[in-house]
Design a protein around this ligand. Structure first.
Ligand code: ZN
Length: 220
């Protein structure tokens, strides 16, 4: 596919299947799947973490805010370098949310002479359709089973428990999530990578394996 080890930046709104597709890529090509969420959790569980880093990870988690950029950069850059020594490539999931972060990543890749290996993919989904799908989801109060589409009763077919909608799945909350993480929020980053000629948009309103094939084709 490439002469050098690829670094794939995978982007997309919540519910676009980006985490799942990152796992598929990592499994098929023996790449390292790096998600900032996982890097932060690993830092919080490390035996001898850097104190400054640990404090910021702990505070941001406790306050329910995003971690400071400097921490994300340090964790991601370190992990990318390490992963390129041990794996055939890297797939980055959820690391870049705005243009200033994208520019910082570009600077790092250029300094490390890795820029030629970088590709960005945006999983594009119909947001109204996704909001409808997520907000029709029901969960069982008793056994926590999740039912993707509205079932014809309020009773869990598995255990007889009551089916409810999670607060996180209500149309208002899902819509709010799209305002901060959807395509309109991501557009400046999409434009940034498009101008650099490294971004492909993947039409992701399709079955998981169809989307995965499109991703593979885009990377060829
Ligand atoms: Zn149940």
């Amino acid at each position: 596919m490439y002469h050098a080890k690829p670094i794939v930046i995978l982007m997309g709104p919540p519910g676009s299947g980006k985490g799942t597709q990152a796992k598929h890529l990592a499994a098929l090509y023996k790449w390292k799947h790096l998600s900032t969420g996982d890097l932060l959790r690993a830092l919080l569980q490390a035996k001898n973490p850097d104190l400054e880093e640990f404090k910021e990870a702990q505070n941001s988690t406790a306050e329910g805010r995003l971690s400071a950029d400097w921490l994300i950069f340090r964790l991601a850059f370190r992990a990318i370098k390490k992963a390129l020594e041990t794996h055939g490539g890297v797939v980055l999931d959820g690391a870049i949310r705005n243009v200033s972060q994208a520019a910082e990543f570009e600077k790092f890749f250029r300094e490390e002479q890795l820029w030629e290996q970088v590709r960005a993919l945006y999983l594009d989904v119909n947001e109204e359709e996704l909001i409808r799908r997520i907000s029709s989801r029901r969960v069982c109060e008793s056994c926590a089973a999740i039912y993707p589409e509205r079932v014809n009763s309020d009773i869990c077919p598995a255990c007889g428990g009551k089916l409810i909608q999670r607060v996180d799945d209500s149309p208002e909350v899902v819509r709010a999530r799209f305002i901060t993480q959807g395509i309109s929020a991501q557009q400046p980053v999409i434009d940034f990578f498009t101008q650099k000629n490294i971004l492909r948009i993947i039409e992701a309103d399709a079955l998981e394996d169809v989307v995965f094939r499109r991703i593979q084709e885009a990377l060829e």
